[in-house]
Design a protein around this ligand. Structure first.
Ligand SMILES: Nc1ncnc2c1ncn2[C@@H]1O[C@H](COP(=O)(O)OP(=O)(O)O)[C@@H](O)[C@H]1O
Ligand SMILES: [Mg+2]
Length: 244
């Protein structure tokens, strides 16, 4: 693998639900350390596309390639085994559990006696939240005692712990206030230095222009175009989204 091998290549992806065509002829490459924003109106097909890459839906046709290898992404477990993690807007954490248990939820570390290796889980959690600057009181904090921004920070930290290649973010700041959104944006930005590819869905063009390297526009399932963020502006993107 070279630096120019995309982490993800989608080629001619199509997805229909019976008569409804949700995605038609979608192609996109994402490179290591690149942040690509996926934008479009409600119903454009953005979430469907993320679900295809994360193994929730099988595409009706088309191919998915991870670091040059064509894969069948037939389940969420399979997507995870290929180094792909997803963060949703609805904060999918276990509320009653600690931060460190959430980091390893369903993938707990055990020691040679088969017992939970809490020490390692706690120290790994501390290291990662420090690196990403997720400001939580401690790895022992209970999720329900954290703010929305802190929780989303934990969700992104968890994705970072497990994603070796790609993180998919479906409106990660939709439920957050202004200051919390800024914090989460900073965390997303720091993923670049880890050489992970990022595909982020966002309704906020401010956010899209702040974070992304490229912007991909969908309208009613059609891929309207891809622009380098530095070579476009909000007016162009809005007209691509709305078609006027
Ligand atoms: N499970 C499903 N069954 C049938 N139709 C669906 C399903 N999921 C999405 N769709 C349809 O596919 C289209 C795209 O939806 P979606 O990907 O959720 O759009 P977006 O995330 O851009 O708002 C919509 O017309 C939606 O009604
Ligand atoms: Mg959606």
């Amino acid at each position: 693998m070279t630096a120019s091998t995309p982490v993800l290549q989608l080629t001619d992806i199509r997805k229909h639900f019976d008569a409804v065509v949700a995605i038609e002829n979608f192609s996109l490459d994402i490179y290591p350390g690149e942040i690509v924003a996926l934008v479009g109106d409600n119903g454009a097909g953005k979430s469907t596309l993320i679900k295809i890459v994360s193994g929730v839906y099988a595409p009706s046709s088309g191919s998915i390639t991870i670091e040059g290898e064509t894969v069948s992404m037939s389940s969420a477990t399979m997507a995870r085994s290929h180094g792909i993690e997803v963060v949703y807007q609805d904060l999918a954490l276990a509320d009653q559990q600690t931060v460190y248990m959430n980091m390893f939820l369903g993938r707990e570390l055990t020691n040679s006696f088969g017992l939970l290796d809490r020490k390692t889980m706690i120290s790994e959690t501390q290291k990662l939240v420090d690196e990403l600057d997720v400001r939580i009181p401690s790895p022992f904090a209970t999720i329900r005692d954290l703010s929305g921004g802190q929780r989303q920070g934990v969700a992104i930290a968890r994705a970072t712990r497990w994603a070796s290649k790609l993180i998919l973010l479906d409106e990660p700041t939709a439920a957050l206030g202004v200051a919390e959104t800024a914090k989460v944006e900073a965390i997303v930005q720091s993923l670049k230095s880890r050489n992970i590819g990022v595909l982020i869905i966002s309704h906020s063009l401010d956010q899209v222009f702040k974070l992304s390297d490229r912007i991909c526009v969908l309208r009613r399932g059609k891929q309207i175009g891809i622009r380098k963020t530095s070579e476009t502006d909000k007016n162009e993107i809005v007209s691509m989204i709305t078609g006027v």
